[in-house]
Design a protein around this ligand. Structure first.
Ligand SMILES: Cc1cc2nc3c(=O)[nH]c(=O)nc-3n(C[C@H](O)[C@H](O)[C@H](O)COP(=O)(O)OP(=O)(O)OC[C@H]3O[C@@H](n4cnc5c(N)ncnc54)[C@H](O)[C@@H]3O)c2cc1C
Length: 396
């Protein structure tokens, strides 16, 4: 029912970061509401396939993980946030397991893959529906609690009050002691404006960042948008699909029109994307049947056993479109994928405005100007939990 309501903590957005914040705030004793633009299920987090990073390998450590983030960010990340991200990664994974997320295992441990820019195998997976599994676990925990969900209630404005904040969400006026902004990035809207393809959900439009900026919140690296090196280029119904980076972790390589490898297929994302742009620019790319630029991703080099365990959804999607990636090369080209920068936060995920928190893709600093794959879902869980706990602590 529309009208005025009051909570300790209001969370904006129902992706992995918002749900992690909401569950954590409630478990910290707060009365919590989630207001989200569409249904609880509508978000980018559910679309994530590849996996989530955490240093579980015998030769690995949170410090090594942090070094990889620092290097991949071209030394632009906030090292304090990175230390939190990688240090709390193992406990974030165990927390997700307590919520029912079952990571793929082998030989008595987690099945770990090496992702672009990583010095170790560190990527945990749930088949190739990792984001779906994580958001499902978080959503079930949230729905099982006593918090309130406002669906189809997009944030339109938020302003400070004597006791916290007042937000207009759809038809609802919601008062809260503290607010957690977890409304994701803006790559869907950005791609539309540029006339490009994007991997993103249509709700990724960025207006919540704008609302926070208008309030005076600081941002960083907002211009740094990330291309996913491997968007689907053909068949037409796979355009904008993000071919999981785990294809390359399990042996697929990028080839030009002459069948030559032209880059380290497991380099950092920005480097691999740029190499593809450059190869096409040099005239060494190929063209899709509808005239789009592309290069080959030779997925036929992936061992069938690896593909069956770690890429079943990708195989199903391509085979459904009439292409068997284990029998032939597929066509790929970079697509707009991720907002690297965002609202400036501290290690409790508080923005530069007191009582206003931000976590997940809407926040900046953790990845600097170039994110490694598998660190966004991790950021959602690590900083979502911190935001929820801190927002509850300040409000209750
Ligand atoms: C196809 C794809 C594959 C990916 N694969 C991986 C991967 O393998 N590993 C990895 O780590 N990362 C991956 N990512 C990135 C990662 O999934 C996202 O960056 C991350 O899940 C973002 O989570 P979030 O909670 O910040 O935002 P989202 O999941 O996007 O959720 C944002 C929420 O805010 C809501 N919202 C938006 N505007 C408003 C508003 N005005 N008012 C109220 N609510 C609003 C949305 O409806 C949504 O519920 C992938 C992303 C995509 C798109």
């Amino acid at each position: 029912m529309p009208g005025e309501v009051s909570f300790d903590v209001l969370v904006i957005g129902s992706g992995a970061s918002g749900l992690a914040a909401a569950v954590s705030a409630e478990r910290a004793g707060a009365r919590v509401a989630v207001a989200t633009k569409g249904t609880l299920q509508a978000n980018n987090s559910s679309k994530a396939q590849g996996g989530i990073q955490a240093a579980f390998g015998a030769e690995d450590s949170p410090e090594q993980h942090a070094e990889d983030v620092w290097r991949s960010s071209h030394e632009t990340a906030n090292r304090e946030l990175v230390a939190v991200l990688t240090g709390e990664a193992p406990s974030a994974i165990h927390w997700l397991e307590e919520l029912g997320v079952e990571f793929t295992r082998e030989n008595g441990g987690y099945r770990l893959a090496r992702c672009g820019g990583a010095s170790q195998k560190r990527l945990l997976q749930v088949g190739d529906r990792t984001g779906h599994a994580i958001t499902k676990g978080l959503r079930e925990a949230w729905v099982a609690g006593s918090g309130t969900s406002f669906e189809n209630a997009p944030l339109r404005s938020v302003e400070p009050t004597e006791n916290g904040w007042r937000a207009e969400c759809g038809e609802h006026t919601i008062d809260a002691g503290t607010v957690v902004l977890a409304a994701g990035g803006r790559c869907f809207a950005e791609a539309q404006a540029r006339g490009e393809l994007s991997t993103n959900h249509p709700n990724a439009t960025g207006e919540v960042t704008r609302i926070a900026v208008d309030l005076g919140a600081e941002v960083r690296d907002l211009d740094a948008l990330q291309y996913h090196p491997n968007g689907g280029a053909w068949p037409a119904n796979m355009q904008g699909y993000s071919i999981p980076e785990t294809t390359r972790a399990y042996g697929a390589v990028l080839l030009n029109a002459d069948g030559e490898e032209f880059t380290d297929s497991l380099g950092p994302r920005d480097v691999v994307s740029q190499a593809i742009f450059d190869e096409v620019e040099k005239g060494k790319g190929v063209e899709t049947p509808d005239g789009r630029p592309a290069v080959y991703l030779d997925t036929s080099r992936i061992a069938r056993a690896d593909a069956e365990v770690s890429l079943p959804y990708m195989l199903r999607r391509y085979r459904g479109a009439g292409v068997d990636p284990l029998a032939e090369k597929i066509l790929t080209y970079p697509v707009l994928h991720y907002q690297n920068g965002g609202l400036v936060i501290d290690t409790d995920a508080e923005t530069t405005l007191e009582g206003l928190y931000a976590c997940g893709e809407i926040a900046g600093g953790t990845h600097g100007r170039n994110r490694m794959m598998g660190n966004s879902l991790l950021e959602c869980v690590v900083f979502g939990r911190r935001a929820g706990r801190a927002a509850a602590g300040k409000a209750v």
